[in-house]
Design a protein around this ligand. Structure first.
Ligand SMILES: Nc1ncnc2c1ncn2[C@@H]1O[C@H](COP(=O)(O)OP(=O)(O)OP(=O)(O)O)[C@@H](O)[C@H]1O
Ligand SMILES: [Mg+2]
Length: 232
């Protein structure tokens, strides 16, 4: 297992958000994390990356408990977050946004990420705030890649994107999988997530309510209707 989350409890102030959440991810696996608005998906990713450290429980990454380590240390260990808000610096151009993440020895150089996202090549001198939603998402993924992650956490990468851009993002996720990058994928786009994922967790009120294969989830109308608002 590259990631083993055991029984974590995470709070925002007095708000108790994650309740004994456990989840694991094997090397090279794509795991989807689904659940309705406010279920605790983003909080789970923030717990892993140290932005919202859990108050109790363990987060083992390649066997080491990283719960409570500073975000920059977790990042240096090979964990990259592509946040829901994308986190593009508005007043830096696309090239500068990428260079910030440059890391010596990374398999993903500037050239390599531009080969993966050729659409960014012509936009390198444009300020972040002038990029389209799709370009910002590609830039956010490209920037995360430049840190050479072994584990990528993607928070709703398809949000607000045109169907063509969604397929480009899906292609990227498949390519990363072929390169053995492990991924935890949060999505509102259930269909996209089920197409990509090897395994799925559904969470509600900060706790796991389903764990299994995409086909099992598809067949479970109770879970999909109650927790994902899919079907009737
Ligand atoms: N910074 C914060 N301070 C206090 N409460 C927060 C904060 N961020 C999120 N919450 C609360 O924590 C709960 C879980 O939020 P979280 O963002 O993890 O949900 P989510 O599953 O990612 O939802 P969405 O699908 O809307 O992105 C929600 O009730 C939310 O209101
Ligand atoms: Mg969220």
């Amino acid at each position: 297992m590259i990631l083993e989350i055991r029984n974590i409890d995470t709070f925002y102030g007095l708000g108790h958000i994650l309740h004994g959440l456990s989840l694991n991810l094997a090397e090279g696996e794509i795991v989807a994390l689904l659940g309705r608005n406010g279920a605790g998906k983003t909080t789970t990713l923030r717990s892993i990356t140290g932005l919202a450290p859990p108050r109790s429980g363990e987060i083992r990454y390649k066997g080491t408990n990283i719960a409570g380590l500073a975000p920059h240390r977790i990042s240096r260990m090979g964990v990259a977050l592509v946040p829901e808000t994308r986190g593009i610096f508005s007043y830096l151009n696309a090239r500068e946004n990428l260079l910030i993440a440059e890391r010596r020895g990374s398999r993903w150089t500037m050239d390599a990420v531009l080969r993966r996202f050729p659409a960014l090549r012509g936009r390198l001198e444009s300020k972040g705030r002038l990029l389209s939603g799709g370009e910002q998402e590609m830039l956010a993924i490209a920037r995360a890649l430049m840190t050479d992650p072994e584990l990528m956490l993607l928070d709703e990468p398809s949000q607000g994107l045109a169907p063509l851009v969604v397929s480009a993002v899906m292609d990227t996720i498949r390519e990363l999988k072929s390169r053995r990058v492990s991924m935890l994928l949060v999505e509102q786009n259930v269909e996209m997530a089920l197409q990509l994922a090897d395994r799925v967790y559904v969470i509600d009120h900060g706790t796991v309510v389903f764990e299994g294969a995409p086909a099992v989830l598809r067949a479970d109308q109770g879970i999909t209707a109650t927790y994902l608002g899919v079907g009737a």
